[in-house]
Ligand binder design. Structure first.
Ligand code: UDP
Length: 472
């Protein structure tokens, strides 16, 4: 960049907190570190939590946020279309509005960053003759799979899940078939074709930003930069700029203070926090087993509960406004006597909780999580080990990274996205994490990663330098 003051970074975020949060955090860093003007275009979903996050970010006055009203896509997708399909179609339909809004900016953009699902808007950068970047709010292993998909698409003939062996991705751990991401489960589904397109188009960016850091995934990052392994697939430079996690800037409201008063009274690192992200829901049967497993474990907990789904659907609340899980209805979903037992041992929070504030409380010692990447990073950056309970998207891959590579999580043999995890298995996992020596070892290990994440953002840390390099 010729002069810092002339720099104007324009970012585009797709709907959903899981995408918006890392884009906002990246924008914050760009505005504060590089003294750049930053404008974020946001396609909001209907979620109340998301509106609150946007409002609170606006009050910082660091960057300008421009909301692009979500287009009506009901005539373009089936009612039961996958979340990935819906988001990609929304982002495709928003292109004309986005293009005119960017053209109307009084200060022309000098750098363009789109998130994963906004990749089709990347080419607007060519009109302004400015560099274009894609921000993947996930880890290096996920990027490797995405970039390698066009090759797999040529080589593998049938369904990926019907292959005999794990999928081999250059320089990476073999991808077990049960870990393939949702869009790869059925090749005739539109979400597969959309995901494949991402793999084809993303290498055309001038660079790829990742929400990970060098010290978290050294081997995969080194492999991705190995020209002999990846040169023929993608030459786009990779910028690991993580961990980008929410830094709460609002006081804990009085409604929630009861929960924090309760947390204050619990022994250090004794409480298991349970949440399935912004979209995860369990079946009624799974909710019952989880409640009974908790009771058998006799461990303290905070559980964010949503109205269960009748059929097997994991990401059902992603596009809904809120959940109608009031206290009376809650009782009807939980086993008899559970609320009495939990009176002393835990708290049940309906629908939504201030997750980061909870994770940073010293009484919290474990997180039973659906392994969305934001939740994963929030856990790591607060030194909290996990029970991995992957449900949808790329969460099974994330769970394997946590359990097998980083060794900071336990998981069930039963795959929660396929079958019901029984109470006995739940009890064992909770005890392994919260009581056993194994859990203590994981807690010590995750604290090392917490430190390395902090170092990555020190002056001269790897992520700090990566972002500075990108802005040069
Ligand atoms: N979240 C929260 N309270 C809740 C549930 C989720 O604050 O009760 C936040 C969480 O802190 C994270 C985001 O919502 O930042 C969820 O993102 P993630 O990538 O973990 O999962 P997704 O919702 O995209 O599946």
């Amino acid at each position: 960049m010729e002069s810092e003051m002339e720099t104007h970074v324009v970012l585009l975020s797709s709907p959903g907190l899981g995408h918006l949060t890392p884009v906002l955090e990246l924008s914050k860093r760009l505005a504060t570190l590089s003294n750049s003007k930053v404008t974020i275009f946001v396609v909001p979903s209907l979620s109340a939590a998301e509106s609150q996050v946007i409002q609170s970010f606006m009050s910082l006055n660091l960057c300008r946020i421009i909301l692009l009203p979500p287009p009506d896509i009901s005539h373009l997708v089936h009612a039961d279309a996958a979340v990935v399909t819906r988001i990609v179609v929304i982002m495709r339909e928003i292109k004309p509005a986005f293009s005119s809004a960017v053209s109307a900016l009084s200060v022309p953009p000098t750098l363009f960053i789109v998130d994963l699902f906004g990749y089709e808007s990347m080419d607007f950068a060519d009109q302004f003759k400015i560099p274009k970047f894609v921000y993947i709010p996930s880890h290096a292993g996920f990027l490797a799979l995405t970039l390698y998909l066009p090759v797999l698409d040529e080589v593998v003939k049938g369904e990926y899940v019907d292959e005999k062996d794990a999928l081999l991705i250059p320089g990476c751990r073999p991808l077990q078939l049960e870990d393939v991401v949702d869009p790869m489960l059925c090749r005739s589904d539109q979400q597969y074709l959309e995901y494949l397109n991402m793999g084809i188009k993303i290498p055309m960016a001038d660079g790829i930003l990742l929400n990970t850091w060098e010290e978290l995934e050294p081997a995969t990052l080194a492999a991705l930069r190995d020209d002999k392994l990846w040169g023929g697939i993608s030459k786009a430079p990779i910028y690991p700029v993580g961990p980008m996690v929410t830094t709460p800037n609002r006081p804990i409201d009085s409604n929630k203070s009861e929960m924090f008063l309760w947390l204050d009274k619990q022994p250090s690192e004794s409480v298991l926090y349970i949440s399935f992200g912004s979209g995860g829901i369990l079946t009624k049967e799974q909710m019952r087993e989880l409640a009974l497993g908790l009771e058998l474990s006799q461990q303290r907990f905070i559980w964010v509960v949503r109205t269960p789904v009748v059929a097997k659907s994991c990401d059902g609340s992603f596009f809904t406004v809120g959940n109608d899980c009031n206290d009376e209805r809650l009782a009807s979903y939980l086993p008899e006597g559970f609320l009495d037992w939990s009176n002393n041992m835990g708290l049940i929070i309906s629908d939504w909780a201030p997750q980061v504030e909870i994770l940073r409380h010293q009484s919290v010692g474990g997180f039973l999580s659906h392994c969305g990447w934001n939740s994963t990073l929030e856990s790591i950056t607060h030194g909290v080990p996990l029970i991995a309970w992957p449900l949808y998207a790329e969460q099974r891959m994330n769970a394997t990274l946590l359990v097998e590579e980083l060794k900071i999580a336990v998981r069930s043999k039963t795959l929660p996205s396929k079958e019901i995890v029984g109470r006995e298995e739940i009890k064992l996992m909770v005890k392994r994490l919260m009581v056993d020596e194994e859990g203590h070892t994981m807690r010590a290990r995750v604290k090392q990663f917490k430190l390395s994440g902090e170092k990555a953002w020190n002056h001269n840390g790897s992520s700090f330098k990566a972002l500075a390099q990108l802005m040069r």
